[in-house]
Design a protein around this ligand. Structure first.
Ligand code: PLP
Length: 430
């Protein structure tokens, strides 16, 4: 049986007339895999229900936020109750203190947190704060790590990591690009060299502690610890971008699972329960530099929005009082990993599966995938076939090889086994 996506196709044509590319965020357009994006009607638990009446098992969870499944009742109820009281005030509410207390109690090494409206804003503000705190301009980021679409981060690796970055989106000026220095993920030596060549100039290193934007890439032993030491030796701040990993891998995110301490941590996705929220957090000494206490300016009309804070409080409270969820998610992810591994091994295909907690990715290559360059060795034709084969069977994986799966806790073992069986059917056709 093959699923039909006719109405999605018609809606996509209409959308393209009035929205650039038909989407409000590029990866939704299926450019990497071809075909028509699926238009959602509603979602509940582990399933998306699309406009063609298909019920689809979801492995993206809105790119991470819906960790407890879609339309999770406590979150929905909290949003409804908040909406009845008004949707925005532009004035302080107790909700903001409540979510701050909750988040800080869960996240290690932070004293204060500032709410914003997206992961992009969180990372952009974190870097500004690091620059303001250190009085330095340059930052180090890693090829293949995504920290949102603000100018400093849209820089691709040039011929060498030690050279100045060059913009990879028109509109990012050379002036901005020159302050972003690039290194390869899992290459500590390069980071050390960049520090050496820019002595006293590096404000911060920003990293996805477990990368999820080139597939799922796990830091090798000593990599994060090594950067921590380099930052300490050079008076630079270490920023963990936990927009994906925060409140997903553990209550304390990647800081907890890796045991490495960050100076500034950024959040997004799960912290908003599916509403537009980001946040950045640090110890008092750093946060004191932020307006209105200090000179580093940062603001937002809708920051701390009552609907968003209510959703976030409901989400974080549930995770905080049920830490077994993180174990359960990891077990489900392992089940999927082992199942797909068996299917691809039986078929005799080259593959790598990377997994960490409830994040995972499948790469059709025989090389270990440890950074952007090795992730790019994956066979995209096979990836596309795998993606569409599963979509035709009602299973939704990320529509790009450079994205991670995000499992949600509403997924049952039966859903996962169905996915494994469908994978077997898909590769049997090749
Ligand atoms: N940082 C990471 C690690 C992300 O994965 C993303 C988005 O996927 C962002 C930052 C940007 O977040 P947002 O899309 O909410 O602006």
């Amino acid at each position: 049986m093959s699923f039909s996506y006719q109405r999605s196709s018609a809606l996509f044509k209409n959308a393209q007339k009035v929205i650039p590319g038909g989407v409000n965020s590029p990866v939704r357009a299926f450019n990497a895999v071809g075909g028509t994006p699926v238009f959602v009607d509603h979602a509940k638990g582990a399933y998306l229900y699309d406009v063609d009446g298909n019920k689809i098992i979801d492995y993206i969870a809105s790119w991470g936020p819906m960790i407890l499944g879609h339309a999770f009742d406590p979150v929905v109820d909290a949003v409804k109750a908040a909406a009845d009281k008004g949707t925005s005030y532009g004035m302080p509410t107790e909700l903001e203190t409540q979510i701050a207390e909750l988040a800080i109690s869960m996240a290690p090494n932070v004293d204060q947190i500032r709410m914003v409206n997206s992961g992009t804003e969180a990372c952009m503000s974190a870097v500004r704060l690091a620059r303001g705190f250190t009085g330095r301009d340059k930052i180090i980021k890693f090829a293949g790590c995504y920290h949102g679409h603000s100018d400093s981060f849209l820089i691709q690796a040039g011929s060498g990591a030690v050279t100045f970055g060059s913009p990879n989106s028109p509109g990012v000026t050379q002036g901005t690009a020159k302050d972003t220095l690039l290194a390869q993920y899992n290459n500590l030596e390069q980071v050390a060299n960049i520090f050496k060549q820019n002595e006293g100039e590096i404000a911060c290193v920003i990293i996805e502690p477990i990368a999820g934007n080139m597939g799922c890439i796990v830091p090798q032993e000593g990599f994060l610890e090594g950067i921590r030491s380099l930052c300490d030796e050079n008076g630079a701040l270490f920023i963990f971008d936990e927009v994906m990993t925060g409140f997903r891998l553990a209550a304390g995110g990647a800081q907890e699972t890796t045991g490495v301490k960050a100076d500034i941590v950024t959040y997004g996705k799960v912290i908003g329960g599916g509403l537009p929220v980001g946040a950045f957090a640090a110890r008092q000494e750093i946060m004191n530099h932020l307006a209105p206490l200090g000179p580093v300016y940062q603001a937002g009309t809708l920051s701390g929005n009552p609907l968003a804070m209510s959703a976030g409080i409901a989400m974080l409270s549930h995770l905080n009082s049920n830490p077994n969820i993180f174990t359960s998610l990891a077990q489900k992810t392992e089940r999927l990993h082992k199942g797909i591994e068996a299917v691809l091994t039986e078929k005799g295909m080259p593959y790598q599966i990377n997994r960490y907690g409830s994040m995972m990715s499948v790469h059709f290559t025989d090389q270990p995938v440890v950074d952007f360059a090795s992730a790019a060795t994956g066979n995209n034709d096979w990836f596309k076939k795998f993606f569409h084969g599963l979509l035709n069977r009602g299973i939704y994986l990320p529509p790009s090889a450079f994205e991670s799966y995000f499992l949600n806790n509403a997924l049952s073992n039966e859903d996962i086994d169905k996915t494994i069986d469908a994978s077997r059917e898909v590769v049997a056709e090749w």
